[in-house]
Structure formats: C-alpha cells, structure tokens
Design a protein around this ligand. Sequence first.
Ligand code: CU
Length: 538
Amino acid sequence: MDTNQETKITRRKAIKQSALLGSAFLIGGKATSLADDPPPSPATTPWVQPLSFPPSADNFLVPALNPLPIPANHQRYSEFIPTHFYDIPVTEFDFKAHPSLPFSKMWGYGGAYPGVTFSAPYQRRMMVRFRNQLPVSPEGFGNPDIITHVHNGHHASESDGFPADFYGPGFYKDHHYPNILAGNDPKEAKCTLWYHDHRQDFTAQNTYKGLAGFYILFDELDSGNENDPNPNALRLPSGLGQFDIPLVFHDRRFDPNGFLYFDHMTLDGILGDKWLVNGRVQPFFNVQRRKYRFRLLNGGPSRFYEFWLSNSMDFKIIANDGNLLAAPVTVNRVLVSVAERMDIIIDFSQLPATTNTIYLVNRAEQTNGRGPTGDRLPMNEADRLLRFNIQPGTVNDPSQVPAVLRQQPAMDLPVAKQRLWEFDRKNGMWTVNNMLFDESRVDALVKRDTAEIWTLKNKSGGWSHPIHIHMEEYRAISRNGQTPPVHEQGRKDVFRLGPNEEVKIYMKFRDWLGRYPMHCHNTIHEDHAMMIRWDIIP
Ligand SMILES: [Cu+2]
C-alpha cells in the first residue's frame, strides 16, 4: 500500500526518557525537573481494565429548556425550529485512568470523561445548552471559562464556538445544531464528528483535562443498522459500543504521585507517556470473529499516530475526517494527525483459530511536540494502545463493506478568490502569515455561495501542523503539487502539513454567516497563537 507518507524503519532513536531521568525527581516530596523533560509517569500494568464508553448525550434530553432559548440569537431559527433539547452540565469530578493511579480532578461534558456521546440522525434539530458548572478557582491547570465547538459541524457562527465567545462558571450558552446538509446536498453527509472546548489560549489545557467527546451522525446510507432493509443502506458494522466502536486516543502524563500533569514549559507541543483509549490506560476489548467498525480519533494535544495491527494485517479505511470515501481503501497502516479521524473496518474472522490476541499499536516515532520524526518504530518496540482478545468460535455477521460508499460532491462553484496561508514560527510563538491570532482582526472576508482555493503552506522544515478550518469541508486539489493519496481525495476538515509541505484546497462557503477560525490543531500551537479569523458575508 502506498497511501501514507513513507516513513523509514530505524532503531528507536530516543531512549526512553524514563530510563535517564527516573531518579532525578522527588526532591522533598515535590516533583522537580532537572532536565527539559518532565519526569515519567508511574508504572501501570496494561490490559487490566476493559475498554469503556462514555454515556449517551440522550441521557440529558429534556422536554424543554428553562429558561427558553432566545430565537433572535440564532440564524435561521424559524427554518430549523429545534425538536430536541439537551441540557448538559460541564462539571469537575474525580477520575482515575487506571486502577493503580489515584483520582485526578477531571472536567467533562455530562460529568463524563470522555464527554457524553451525541448520536443522532441527520437533520435532527438540536438545541444544546452547555451549563458551565466548573469551579471558579480550579486546582492546577485549566481555565474554567469555556466555549464548545463541534469539530466538523456545519453550524451557524454563533453556535460554532468561536474561541473568544467563552463564558464562566454559573453561565450557560445555547448551541443550535440543526444538522443540515451543507448546500442541502446528501453527498455532504458526515459521520464521525467530535466536540471539545475551544477557549481562546486555553484549548490545550481544557481538552487535556477532559473537555472532549464524540458527536456521531447517521443518514440513509450510513444508517447505523447492519440489518437495514432499505436497499440504499450500506449496512456497515453497527451498534455503538457493540460493533461500531468510537475510540479516542489521548496520550497523557502523570506526575510522580500519579496525578494528571500538564507541562506548561514548552510551546513545541506536549507528549504523554501513557496511552489512554476512551479515557483508560491501555484497556482490552473482547471481540468476536467478525467485522467491526472503529472510529479512530486522535484527541491530541500534539502526538501523531501511525496505526497498525500488531500482526500487520490489512484493514479498510472507509471514512476520513468523518466523510465516507467513494470506495474503501485497503491498507495495513494509517497516519493520523491531531484531530483527524479515520473510520476503519477490521475483520477479525480473517484470523487463524489459534490467534487469540492482537494489539492496535502506534509506530510513529515522536520525541517532542513538534511532530513525528518520520521514522517508524520496529513492531516489537511499537506503542501498544489497545489489546483485542479474540473470542473463540464463529459468529453470524450480517454487516457488509460495499465496494461503493458515498459519491463525492462536485467542485462546481466558480472560484472567486485564491489565498495563500503560510504557517511559521516567530519569537517562539506560532504564526499564520506572520501574524498571531487577534479575535478582533478579520484576516479574510469570504462571500457566501462562492468557492475559493486556499494554499496551506508549512514554511518550516522542523515542525508539522495539522490545520483545521471550521464550518465547511474542503477537497485537496494537490499535495506538494501532486495528486493527493487516495484516502485524502474525499472531503476533509484537517490537513496534516509535514515539514515544508503544501496543500491546495477547494472550499465552498454555504448556508451560514459570521466569524469562523482556521488554526493549527496541535493545541499548544493553537493557543500560542496559530489561528486566524475569517468571516462569511452575504
Ligand atoms: Cu502546529
């Protein structure tokens, strides 16, 4: 397969920091760093806890919101009068990611880490109230002002979660999510979205502390029913938490006492040394010998993953950034930068009867927050993330992976303008076109119902930047002047810019007006302050 940036296999260059630094800490009972790197997390035993799933956001459905939402605050409210009301508290709670760690203070939507999972059919008209019940003066890191963004949501500006629209404890904000199809085009339907805090300058800390969850949409093709009698239904493996498995990957670090640790000292980006999947350190998952859909989400803050199965077996990519591809792509690995999603199908029925364990692993070598080194870890040194315990015996599998998934929308709107965006570094901060983010400065004015071509260019040879644009998805015209790899030829909302890379994208602007950002999704870069504001006007 050749769909990924090629990485060379070498010996692991970075000797584990833990081996070098393990004895340098705990002076007077207080963690003290004598080197640039923070101390390693305490040891934990892998595969002792099952994979778990956050509760459903439906648990927070209410007949009506009190006080009532204010229609005048929302664009096109009367066209999309809400039918489903969610009243979701955002709270602090005690959480342990592993049985041998102590409780840490975490934050979550609906009192859960990861946050409660939204799942809804397309065009469900939702009004979601996020009530900020965080402590006014929290311990440790994190800012209790919040603003929630649905990543890949096609929503009005006032509901999109503009980073400067944050609000403090004791207040709430209503987000109108009518889940419309962009341009009213069924080919624009998306599946795997997520939502997270977007508080200006504090997104890294607040999401690190837990403010992120899944937001999953279904439509007639991707109906969430592998037994769907509708002939248009794809009948992909289904049942959230059963055969349709959202997985969010968070690398995290814990201090020598076992409490969640956030490194304020570097602006390059931060790496954890514990592998959390859905909030648990190295869990196991019991699977049957059949097909499963896994929705892989890199939840950041700064790490890139190259996912493999430990036996190097093939799997199929069916969706990239929540967009079903035109056709499945068979691979044995996939590189996923921060905030990207890959929906993949793994068929465990291919395994010999004697195989009862395989692992999902990460082979991208990364030694600092700047980005992956480009080298690949040997399989026997790969980071093991999740263990699959393969159950004995055969089972009936009604699911299928059709050869044709979803047609891609046409690039049919005339191009009104071309823009160049250069991502660079200045005085230790992160810039776009030589500027730091200023929420009151409009860096681009675009007209609704036009299209533009944007060139995203990484000017640095030393860093990678996963670039995310809100509200509208886009298509790559070229990557480094060449046809993009096949799994990047569908719609996307994050483009990984490796060192000195350049991606040219085609983008339409439809349906809504107002302020939106574009930013690096290495959230450390985003907060310091690699972001621009662009506005849509009539
Ligand atoms: Cu970046």
